[in-house]
Design a protein around this ligand. Structure first.
Ligand SMILES: Cc1cc2nc3c(=O)[nH]c(=O)nc-3n(C[C@H](O)[C@H](O)[C@H](O)COP(=O)(O)O)c2cc1C
Length: 209
């Protein structure tokens, strides 16, 4: 499927076909493709919890707004954004830094600047939260588009109380649960879902300066 078609035909699907699973292999392919998502300083501050068993999805559904799509879909991804993914003590930050140097994007001399800059940009509660959500939300969009590429339908879900879900699954405080993404296949016994209203170019662009 070409890219415009992926964009135009992706829907948040309301009915998942219970007879069509999404294999672990396909989930892996989707995640690996979405891993190409860009991120601030290439820090990739995202992680996933994958809910596959009916028991795990039932438990998630109960605390996540009781939305049936969570139990109807064969797999649900919990997208986590890491507020502290920029700290040098974090393995991903060290890896991002050393790969910048190895690939010639940065010079070893810039390390102090890099550490100071990430701290200045992301070092407060507010900024670290924005950092986590901003980057992980982009990853989430990539997951949905990658899913569509592999002919898997999806549904993003944000209608839950964050701390209730975090408490139920013991999610550490450095993580924001950015959204859930239900994965599966549209149940064709239902009427196809038409594309929804979208803003036009004129409605989106406020001004050209
Ligand atoms: C961050 C986010 C949170 C959402 N949360 C919910 C939700 O909790 N329940 C729900 O039914 N739909 C939810 N949606 C789906 C939106 O309603 C849907 O994306 C929107 O109506 C556009 O429809 P489309 O995705 O089919 O184009 C969410 C979407 C996003 C991006």
């Amino acid at each position: 499927m070409d890219f415009p078609k992926i964009m135009e035909t992706r829907r948040s699907i309301d009915y998942f076909d219970p007879a069509r699973p999404v294999t672990e292999h396909t989930v892996k392919q989707i995640v690996q493709l979405a891993a190409q998502t860009p991120s601030a300083f290439n820090l990739q501050p995202w992680q996933l919890l994958v809910f596959r068993t009916p028991e795990a999805r039932e438990r998630l559904m109960r605390v996540a707004g009781k939305q049936r799509k969570i139990t109807d879909a064969p797999a649900v991804l919990m997208v986590l954004g890491d507020k502290f993914g920029w700290r040098m003590a974090h393995p991903a930050a060290e890896q991002a830094w050393s790969s910048f140097v190895e690939l010639g994007y940065m010079n070893e001399d810039l390390r102090e600047w890099y550490e100071a800059e990430t701290k200045a940009l992301f070092g407060t509660e507010k900024e670290s939260t924005i950092f986590a959500v901003k980057n992980a939300a982009m990853f989430a969009m990539s997951l949905m588009l990658a899913a569509k590429h592999y002919e898997v339908d999806s549904h993003p879900l944000g209608g839950y109380l964050h701390d209730e879900v975090a408490r139920e699954f013991g999610i550490p405080g450095n993580f924001i649960i950015v959204m859930l993404i239900a994965l599966g296949h549209f149940d064709k016994k239902y009427r196809p879902q038409p594309p929804k209203w979208r803003k036009s170019y004129e409605e989106i662009v406020l001004d050209t300066l």
